[in-house]
Design a protein. Structure first.
Length: 202
């Protein structure tokens, strides 16, 4: 069986990547999503196990010690990590998987998995990013300012990604991500089976 591909999606807080991803999963329901393990407190509206598994710092550190994480990062005082097992399982089963991680996580995953495809979701402007972050109503002023600073640093790293998708229209951005995933399925590395099949029957 051909292995699945890994798609690393990053973008600053407020780039709208969650909303874009929701649309991507509607377009491509067969793609798996990596649920991160994090120590940040749950926000209103978040559901355990949907995007994140919420754990204590102690639990996170024991996962780290047991080498259960593919990568991890500290972001504004909290830990965020990608559990290794579900990634290995999805790819071995031939499923594509999306990892939503920050730029540090993206860099670490790319180092370990050279074939991973990285996509940066870009806000149309910094002014729009600021407007989105302020209008969310989920964070106080100090957190918003920290997120703005972090966003600047992330955007500076966008040049290191394979693809840039600008999110000024959610559906168009989701379709851009869909096209990247679909075209990567046509790569020769994913087509070894058909080559062998055709050759065997000639
Ligand atoms: P938020 O607190 O807004 O949900 O996420 C903060 C940042 O952490 C976002 O940039 C998000 O992409 C990133 N993030 C989420 N899960 C992971 C993860 O498993 N690993 C890393 N390195 N970053 C993550």
């Amino acid at each position: 069986m051909n292995k699945g591909s890994l798609f690393i999606i990053s973008g600053p807080s407020g780039s709208g990547k969650d909303t874009v991803l929701k649309e991507v999963f509607k377009l491509l329901p067969d793609v798996a999503f990596s649920v991160s393990t994090i120590t940040r407190p749950m926000r209103v509206g978040e559901v355990e196990g949907e995007k994140y598994n919420f754990v204590s710092k102690e639990k996170f550190l024991s996962m780290l010690e047991n080498d259960e994480l593919l990568e991890f990062n500290e972001y504004i005082g909290n830990f965020y990590g990608t559990p290794r097992k579900p990634v290995d399982k999805a790819l071995a089963e031939g499923r594509d998987m999306i990892l939503e991680v920050d730029v540090n996580g993206a860099f670490k995953v790319k180092e370990k998995m050279k074939d991973a495809v990285s996509i940066f979701i870009m806000p149309p402007s910094f002014t729009e990013l600021k407007r989105r972050l302020s209008s969310r109503g989920t964070d106080d002023e100090a957190v918003i300012n920290k997120r703005m600073l972090e966003a600047l640093r992330e955007i500076e790293n966008a040049v290191n990604y394979d693809y840039i998708v600008v999110n000024d229209n959610i559906l168009a951005a989701a379709q851009d991500v869909e096209h990247i995933i679909l075209s990567s399925r046509l790569k020769t590395a994913r087509k070894k089976e058909i080559i062998n099949e055709v050759l065997e029957k000639c």
